[in-house]
Design a protein around this ligand. Structure first.
Ligand code: DC
Length: 227
């Protein structure tokens, strides 16, 4: 069974997917990490992020290793531990730029599909999991929240980590990333026609998890009854 979870940055997809993976024992694909790794590798090579072919070559040749843990997926790039580095704001912005390049999306498609192994469940976290990468998924969720609420959560995270915060800049960055993710011509961020919409603006993660879980249980019962 495949469960896809799409939606904008900061809506709570990562936390929801971790809870779902823990509950189901399914493999977790953090597709955003692939775009972040591509951006980091390209920046390290000094490549211009608008140069489609060069960035796509980087995506094709990525030497990466993922290790699922209770705290989330840990990531290595060319043997170097980069889990924290790929979460930095400027890498998120760079990831959003490379994600708008069609050849890069093509290059990462096969890698993403390879996570779906026969007989094993998959939770796929991203922007186009339900619309492009796993159109056949049994359960499709689209998790969103207002830009203001997502900015508020990001500011709280940064303050907790005692990092410098410019609240207006955070909101602007979120809006800019939303615009780029929704307006790009290849695989724009939109809910699949058969996706269940969840809005976490006024819901805590436990309530979101309950709703996602009941969608999953319903789908499991349907497929069990067809056997
Ligand atoms: O989910 P995230 O913040 O780690 O994603 C980083 C960027 O990659 C984000 O700007 C959108 C892009 N992305 C994408 O275009 N398609 C995906 N399946 C996952 C992420």
């Amino acid at each position: 069974m495949i469960i896809t979870v799409d939606g904008p940055s900061g809506a709570g997809k990562g936390t929801l997917c971790q809870l779902l993976a823990k509950h189901t024992g399914f493999t977790l694909l953090d597709s955003g990490a692939l775009y972040r790794l591509t951006a980091l590798a390209a920046l390290r090579e000094g490549i211009d992020l608008s140069c489609e072919e060069q960035v796509a070559n980087i995506a094709l040749g990525l030497e990466i290793h993922f290790k699922p843990t209770e705290q989330g997926v840990q990531v290595w790039l060319a043997g170097q531990y980069v889990s924290r580095q790929i979460r930095e704001e400027h890498i998120g912005m760079a990831a959003s730029k490379v994600a708008a390049l069609t050849p890069v999306r093509k290059a990462l498609l096969v890698r993403q599909r390879a996570f779906a192994v026969d007989g094993q469940g998959l939770i796929a976290d991203g922007r186009d999991m339900g619309t492009v990468v796993f159109q056949e998924a049994e359960v499709k969720l689209f998790l969103t929240a207002s830009a203001q609420e997502r900015a508020r959560r990001r500011i709280a995270q940064l303050e907790e980590a005692k990092l410098h915060v410019d609240p207006e800049q955070i909101l602007r960055d979120i809006q800019e990333r939303d615009r780029r993710d929704t307006e790009r011509k290849t695989s724009p961020l939109i809910p699949a026609a058969d996706a269940i919409l969840l809005d976490s603006t006024h819901m805590d993660i436990n309530a979101v998890f309950e709703q996602a879980l009941s969608a999953f249980e319903r789908s499991k019962q349907r497929s069990d009854s067809l056997r």
